[in-house]
Design a protein around this ligand. Structure first.
Ligand SMILES: *Cc1c(COP(=O)(O)O)cnc(C)c1O
Length: 496
C-alpha cells in the first residue's frame, strides 16, 4: 500500500514524512500537517473487537506512521497505555439510560489529553533517533488547563527534551493549576500568564513563526516543537478510541455490524472531534458528529452559518478546557472540505488573523451537514450534571456535561434515535467545585481539595490516586508573566 506523507494545509508543495511532521509539530509556513490520504481499515470491524486497546492503537497508528518499525511503534504504545491508567481497559464505555459514555479520563492527569500525550513524547524521541537528529527538542505549549499537565507528565525527564508551558493564570481550575505548579522533572518550566488561553496560544504561535529566533535556536542545537493538538502525533492516537468505542458496542451486541452511531464531542480546539471526522472518513459507521460548545459558541455559529467570527469576548466558564475562540484544528477540516485547497485555507487563516473572521464558500458549507453544532450555558451545564446523577447515580464533569446537554437538545431537535456515544473528557474530580455545586452540595466554605472528599463521600466514588495528596505537594513553579512576554521568557530559558 502507498505510504502516507504529510503536507501543510497552507501550501501545495513540500511533503514530509510522519517522522518530520511529528518532530516539527507545525509546518514552516504556519500551516498544520495533514495526511496525504486517509487509510482504510482492512479488517472487519468485529475483528477489531477482540483487540486490546494497545493492539488496536498499533493497528491504526501504524497506518499513519509507517516509517516506524513495528518494534519501535509497539514500544511507544506500550510505554503509553500502561499502569499509569487506572483501568486495564484504558477507555471504558459506560451505558447510562440510552447514552453511552466513552470515558477518556483514566490516565495520569484525569483528562482525555492523556490519550495522546502519553504516547507523543515516545513518538518524538523515537522519530528524532530515526532521523539521526541530535538536537534538543523543546516543547512549547499553551494550555487551557489540561494539555499543560498532560504534556508535562508525558515529557518530564524525557532525555534530550525540555517542556515549557503557558497557562492563563485565572482561567484554570484550582486542581488543574496545582497539578501544573507542583510538576516534577528537571526539564519542566511552567508560567502563568496575565491573559486568557487565546493570548497564550497566540503568543506561542508567534514564537513558532519567528524565523529569526528559530534560526538562532537551530544554531544552538535546539528544535522547537508543539504538544498542542496541532501536532499530528497527537491527532492520530485520538482516532483510535472511536474505533475502540464502536468495537466495544459491537462486542456487547449493543449495535449490529455496520449500524451507524452518533458521537457527541465537547469541543474546544477541534482536535478531538476532528479525529472522529477522520475515523468516519476511514469508514467507521458514524452518522452525525455532534459538536458541543459552551458559551464560547464560535463553532456553533460556524456550523450554522459557514462564518467563523472570533470577534467577541472570551468567556471564562466552568468548562475551561473549552474556553477557546480560535479552534486551531478547524483548519484541517477546511482543508479537507475544500478538497485540499491550500490557497483557500491560507487566505481564510490570513483573513482570520487580520480581520477576525472569514466565511467559507457555499459549496463548502453544504459539506458541513455531517456536523451538528450545539451549545449550552452555565445553568444548563449544572442542570445536566444534576439530572443524570439524580436519575442514574452517575457523576460527569463539566465538559462532559456540556456534551450531554447538547445531546438532549439534539434529540429534541431531530428526533434521531441513532445510538449515541458521548465523549467523556475529564474526571469529575478535576472540576470538583463546579460538580459539587451542580449537585447542590455546600461549597462556599471549602477549597477544591476539601471538596474532593466531599464529592467522594456523597457520590460514593473513590478519589483518583493521582490527585489524592495534591494539596500537600510542593509548589515548584510560581512564575507569572505578561501575555506579551512569552517570547522573551522562551528566549531566556533557552539562552537565545
Ligand atoms: C481539551 C479538552 C476538551 C476540548 O478538546 P479539543 O480537542 O480541544 O476540542 C474538552 N474537554 C476536556 C476536559 C479537555 O481537556
Amino acid at each position: 500500500m502507498a505510504q502516507i506523507s504529510y503536507k501543510s494545509t497552507r501550501s501545495a508543495e513540500n511533503s514530509v514524512s510522519s517522522l518530520e511532521a511529528i518532530i516539527r509539530g507545525i509546518a514552516e509556513d504556519g500551516g498544520l500537517y495533514v495526511p496525504s490520504f486517509l487509510p482504510c481499515i482492512d479488517k472487519p470491524l468485529n475483528q477489531l473487537a477482540s483487540m486490546t486497546y494497545s493492539e488496536l492503537a498499533f493497528y491504526i497508528m501504524k497506518k499513519f506512521f509507517s516509517e516506524f518499525s513495528d518494534q519501535e511503534l509497539l514500544c511507544c504504545i506500550e510505554n503509553a497505555y500502561d499502569e499509569k491508567f487506572d483501568t486495564e481497559e484504558i477507555v471504558p464505555v459506560v451505558k447510562k439510560d440510552d447514552t453511552y459514555f466513552l470515558e477518556l479520563f483514566h490516565g495520569p492527569t484525569l483528562a482525555f489529553k492523556d490519550m495522546a500525550l502519553s504516547v507523543l513524547p515516545h513518538l518524538m524521541t523515537s522519530a528524532a533517533k530515526k532521523l539521526n537528529r541530535s538536537e534538543e527538542i523543546v516543547i512549547l505549549t499553551a494550555t487551557s488547563g489540561d494539555t499543560g499537565k498532560a504534556a508535562l507528565e508525558g515529557f518530564k525527564d524525557v532525555e534530550n527534551t525540555k517542556i515549557i508551558v503557558f497557562y492563563p493564570q485565572n482561567g484554570v481550575s484550582q486542581i488543574q493549576k496545582r497539578q501544573m505548579i507542583t510538576q516534577k522533572g528537571k526539564n519542566t518550566y511552567v508560567y502563568g500568564i496575565n491573559g486568557n488561553f487565546d493570548d497564550a496560544q497566540t503568543g506561542v504561535k508567534e514564537v513558532f513563526n519567528d524565523k529569526e529566533l528559530c534560526m538562532q535556536l537551530g544554531k544552538n542545537n535546539i528544535i522547537l516543537s508543539s504538544a498542542n493538538s496541532i501536532n499530528i502525533g497527537r491527532l492520530v492516537p485520538q482516532i483510535v478510541y472511536y474505533f475502540y468505542a464502536y468495537a466495544n458496542l459491537l462486542k456487547n451486541k449493543d449495535i449490529q455490524i455496520g449500524e451507524k452511531i452518533n458521537v457527541v464531542v465537547p469541543t474546544g480546539n477541534f482536535g478531538n472531534i476532528l479525529a472522529a471526522y477522520y475515523a468516519k472518513k476511514m469508514n467507521l459507521p458514524i452518522n452525525r458528529l455532534i459538536c458541543a460548545s459552551n458559551e464560547n459558541n464560535v463553532l456553533y455559529d460556524f456550523i450554522a452559518t459557514g462564518i467563523y467570527d472570533k470577534r467577541r469576548e472570551l468567556k471564562v466558564t466552568t468548562s475551561p478546557s473549552m474556553d477557546i475562540l480560535i479552534s486551531s484544528n478547524l483548519e484541517r477540516l477546511l482543508y479537507d472540505l475544500s478538497r485540499n485547497d491550500a490557497q483557500l485555507v491560507s487566505n481564510m487563516m490570513q483573513k482570520l488573523s487580520s480581520d477576525g473572521f472569514y466565511e467559507i464558500p457555499v459549496q463548502m458549507k453544504g459539506k458541513l451537514k455531517d456536523f451538528y453544532g450545539g451549545f449550552c450555558d452555565e445553568q444548563e451545564t449544572y442542570k445536566s450534571i444534576r439530572d443524570i446523577y439524580n436519575r442514574t447515580g452517575y457523576v460527569i464533569d463539566t465538559h462532559t456535561a456540556v456534551a450531554y446537554s447538547v445531546y438532549q437538545k439534539y434529540k429534541k431537535d431531530t428526533s434521531d434515535d441513532t445510538k449515541t456515544v458521548v465523549v467523556s473528557t475529564a474526571s469529575p474530580f478535576k472540576f470538583t467545585k463546579s460538580v459539587c455545586k451542580a449537585l447542590l452540595l455546600e461549597v462556599d466554605n471549602y477549597n477544591d481539595f476539601q471538596l474532593l472528599y466531599k464529592l467522594s463521600q456523597s457520590a460514593e466514588l473513590k478519589v483518583p490516586y493521582t490527585i489524592k495528596d495534591l494539596e500537600n505537594k510542593k509548589i515548584v513553579h510560581d512564575n507569572i508573566c505578561n501575555k506579551t512576554d512569552i517570547r522573551s521568557v522562551v528566549k531566556n530559558i533557552l539562552k537565545a
